[in-house]
Design a protein around this ligand. Structure first.
Ligand code: PLP
Length: 419
């Protein structure tokens, strides 16, 4: 095997410098973006393996190109493991990423123009849940429910009222920025009342469902769940669709040939390995630790006087209302935290008066830090650093001191795949 690093270093120093820089950034800082994680060394290796050379349009046993002995084997393994981990009748492991996976479900089960009821973006939904700027928002007729003022939770009576008014063909739940668990039985009852299909987009917390730390919507009788593979599941970038057998054909033909061409077989191989991990006891403990860490971080921030959207968390993420807590918009808060080596993302809060590029909140989550081995006591320290950074104002000395502490702290936690 030629050493790719020395080849890059001599032939393409600019790309090499970016790679080395990113490795150092991932090692020296605390990663708190809730949709990110550190994947397994085998996943990194498989993503860079010869499977990337292969065209495998179609499905195992029914491909359009020859030479599929090994690609068929890995896709079959990935599908079987996905079904087992999520207790699903059918799995499609080919979606190139989360957005494509959701598009494939809508386009496979519905007709353009059909009504869909989903969660409003600024209240925690995802762009692909019908945001007007998304292509899906143009193709389907989305209505979007909101969380209730006050505690910021979903009001199921409001969801039901909207369902009765809009008569959706598909009732969609799941979120990118909502720190609470969902009542899938309530969604299912509402969908049944109006004759809608049920879909849960568990992209953010698919790993926590796989690890049995959070409820599985399929257990409540949902028709379809979708999840990314690179967030709490710790795998390669990609998407999974899990559904009841009666939708298997429609979903498969929607993914290919409907929406995509050749699947990324390097990604499918990496997904197979990820799902073996996801079925392990170690991963179940990891999932519980992610939730315990989120609770500990929330408790620490609340102790320091921060205001959290919904007042806390039931899952792996929390949203600090940084305008209310520190008089900073999300962009300014994110920049201050970047300055001390804590990576987060600015976030709009429900009915945010500020535009998305500023936002009133900062969204933080614990999957990546937990992967690195950080525990609940570490979360208390991280909460204190966040609070210090956001109160530092223009005090460059205070920020530099915090940055140095963060950097030293990180050296105790090896990065999987790097160290
Ligand atoms: C991240 C996410 C997606 C999209 O995933 P990409 O891989 O970024 O396309 C879809 N739905 C939800 C709820 C997400 O959080």
């Amino acid at each position: 095997m030629p050493d790719y690093r020395s080849i890059l270093e001599s032939n393409d120093p600019e790309v090499y410098a970016a790679l080395v820089g990113e490795e150092a950034r991932q090692r020296d800082g605390i990663e708190l973006i809730p949709s990110e994680n550190y994947t397994y060394p085998e996943v990194l290796a498989l993503l860079g393996s010869v499977f990337t050379n292969k065209y495998s349009e179609g499905y195992p046993g029914k491909r359009y190109y020859g030479g599929q002995e090994y690609t068929d084997a890995i896709e079959e393994i990935a599908r079987e493991r996905a079904r087992a981990v999520f207790r699903a009748e059918h799995a499609n492991v080919q979606p190139l990423s989360g957005s494509a996976m959701n598009q494939a479900v809508y386009l496979g089960l519905l007709e353009p123009g059909d009504p869909i009821l989903a969660m409003e973006l600024s209240h925690g939904g995802h762009l692909t849940h019908g945001a007007p700027v998304s292509h899906m928002g143009r193709i389907f007729n989305f209505a979007r429910y909101k969380t209730q003022p006050g505690d910021g939770a979903i009001d199921y009576d409001h969801v039901r009222d909207m369902a009765l008014e809009h008569r959706p063909k598909l009732l969609l739940c799941g979120y990118s920025s909502y720190p609470r668990d969902l009542d899938y039985a309530a969604f299912k009852r509402i969908a049944d009342e109006v004759g809608a299909l049920t879909m849960a987009d568990i992209s953010h917390y698919g790993g926590l469902v796989a690890g049995n730390a959070m409820a599985n919507p399929l257990d409540a009788g949902f028709d379809v769940i979708t999840t990314t593979t690179h967030k709490s599941l710790r795998g390669p970038r990609g998407g999974l669709i899990l559904c009841r057998e009666e939708f298997a054909k429609a979903i498969d033909s929607s993914v290919f040939p409907g929406l995509q061409g050749g699947p990324h077989m390097n990604q499918v191989a990496a997904t197979a390995v990820t799902l073996q991990h996801a079925a392990s006891d170690a991963f179940a403990s990891y999932s519980r630790a992610v939730l315990a860490n989120a609770k500990a971080l929330a408790a620490s921030l609340l102790e320091h006087g921060a205001t959290l959207v919904t007042g806390g968390t039931d899952n792996h993420m929390l949203v600090i209302d940084v305008i209310a807590s520190y008089g900073l918009d999300g962009r300014a808060a994110q920049a201050l935290l970047d300055g001390v080596g804590i990576t987060t993302n600015k976030q709009v809060t429900p009915d945010d008066p500020l535009p998305p590029f500023r936002g009133s909140g900062v969204r933080i989550g614990t999957p990546a830090a937990t992967t690195r081995g950080m525990g609940t006591q570490d979360m208390a320290r991280i909460g204190a650093w966040i609070d210090r950074a956001l109160r530092a104002g223009g005090d460059a000395k205070a920020l530099a001191a915090a940055a140095q502490e963060v950097r030293a702290f990180c050296q105790a936690f090896p990065v999987p795949g790097l160290d």
